[in-house]
Every structure is written in C-alpha cells, then in structure tokens.
Design a protein around this ligand. Sequence first.
Ligand code: NCD
Length: 317
Amino acid sequence: MTFSARHLLGIEPLHPVEITTILDLADKYVDLNRQPNKHGDALRGLTQINMFFENSTRTQASFELAGKRLGADVMNMAMQASSIKKGETLIDTALTLNAMHPDLLVVRHPHSGAVDLLAQKVNCAVLNAGDGKHEHPTQALLDALTIRRAKGRLHRLNIAICGDISHSRVARSNLILLGKMENRVRLVGPPTLMPSGIGEFGVEVYEDMAEGLKDVDVVMMLRLQRERMDGGFIPSEREYYHRYGLDAEKLAHAKPDAIVMHPGPMNRGVEIDGDIADDINRSVIQEQVEMGVAVRMAAMDLLARNLRAPKDEGVYV
Ligand code: NCD
C-alpha cells in the first residue's frame, strides 16, 4: 500500500487505497489512545504549527493532541492576535512561518482555496483543517473510520447527509470520500440549502426527510452554517426543526440499526433532538470525536514519513 501525498489538502486527490491506508493506521492509533501511556514517536523532533483563521473547538484540540501524542513540538498561532490584523497577507504570514522551518502546517481558513494557495508557498507538509465551503478532509476521514468500525465495512452502504449541504465543506468531503468507496449517498434538505446543479453529480436528492431516510444505514446531520449565509435561507429555526430536525419519528424511517452522526458543534433543537444525540444505542457522535484524534495522528504520521523519504518516492506502509 502506498501513500505518496506531500500535503493533505482534500479528499479529491486521494486514491481509495490511500484512504484505506490512513484508516488502517488510524485504527492502530485508536488502540494507542486507549492506553494509559499514549506516547508514540512518529513526529519526534518535528515542528507542527496550527493556524486557525476560523473558530474551532474539536478540530484544533484534536490536531494539537495528535501532534503532542506523537512527539512533535506543537505551536498554536493565535490568529486573531496575529499580524493579519495589521494588514499582513496570508501569504506573507505563511512565508514568515516557513522561515522558521516548520514540518507540518495545519490550516483552517474561511476562504475556499486559501489552504491550497498557501501550500504552494511553503516547504513543509500542509494539512487542510477546513477551507470555506471547499473541503475538510480529516473530518471526512474520521467519519469514514467511525462508519467502518460501526458497520464493519465502508462500501455498499446507504448514507443520508442531511441539512445545510450548500454551505458545508463536511458534506462535500464526505460526498467525495463515500463515493470513492462505492457507497450510495443521498442528500436531504430544503432546496435553498442544496448546491445548484447537484443532481448532475450522481447523488439522489430529497426534500423530504421521511423519504430521504428510508432504509439508510447512516444518518449524517449537519449544522446550519449561519456564518456562511447572507440571506433568508430558512423560514425560522422552529419551522426548520419541524421539517428537518432529526427526532425519533424521522429516524424511524431509517434501518433499525442505523447510526446517527454529527460533526459538531451541534445545535440541539435546531438540526437534531438532544435525546437522539445522546442515545448511546444510535448516536456515534462521541466516537467521531475519538476517531478524530486517531485519524489526525495517522495523517500526520504518513505525511511525516514522506517528508523524510527521498524525493518522489512514496512510503510503503
Ligand atoms: C465543521 C466545520 O468546521 O466545518 N466542524 C468541525 O470541524 N467539527 C462543521 C461545522 O462547523 O458545522
């Protein structure tokens, strides 16, 4: 199995074998993370810088823990207080940091494509921690690992991604990954929250939750991304919850053993009923968080091996 990528900018460029390679290594890190001694040395001596230009709780915390558990020196840049506020461009900030010889740069940015641009300017490995509405590759990988462990496989599953699709990088990365692994993905939500022309991408699109959830194995809920909305996309939160909020009645249309997912942060009573989110027999939301640390350890480990490998040679794992 080969993993030859220099950066992790999105799911789009990954081959299914590379996806499987990351997930297999992540499984090993799940075991390590459950031990009292959680230390590995895959990143020993390396410097990891986290640059988050957008708010984050779980993604930033899990990248930080992942780096620390593998022995990297981890620095979190306080981007709110950085020179960006003084007018410095993203690229100048990146070049400044690049001169300090980081090995891994973890970047979240509100603009789609900003992380790709930055990756072209620096010498280290860049990991996309979410860029605008574009991609959030480690989220899709942690979701894939969660599904694979809960269902015992990651192919030929029926998966519904529900809610605010059009503003969601999580939906986009998941759609690409789950498609590559040969699952049937449905999108469910109001037409105002569907990207235009989505029907041409070979996915089934539903406006009605009862129809969209019928017999699915996985129900993936999304947050209403209000920070990316500039107008009235939904009538009211109450109305939205009534039609699209996941409650027991709507979930009853899915398979009896269907799992419920949410990338967080979740708005209880808006896109999901609190009791469903907390139901340990259905919800795998906490497992997603656990898998997040392991997947980020695996991704950074593989990228670090490529940093150390002679140029143009992927590593064999
Ligand atoms: C997601 C994101 O930032 O795109 N959150 C996350 O990384 N766990 C989804 C969201 O913000 O709703």
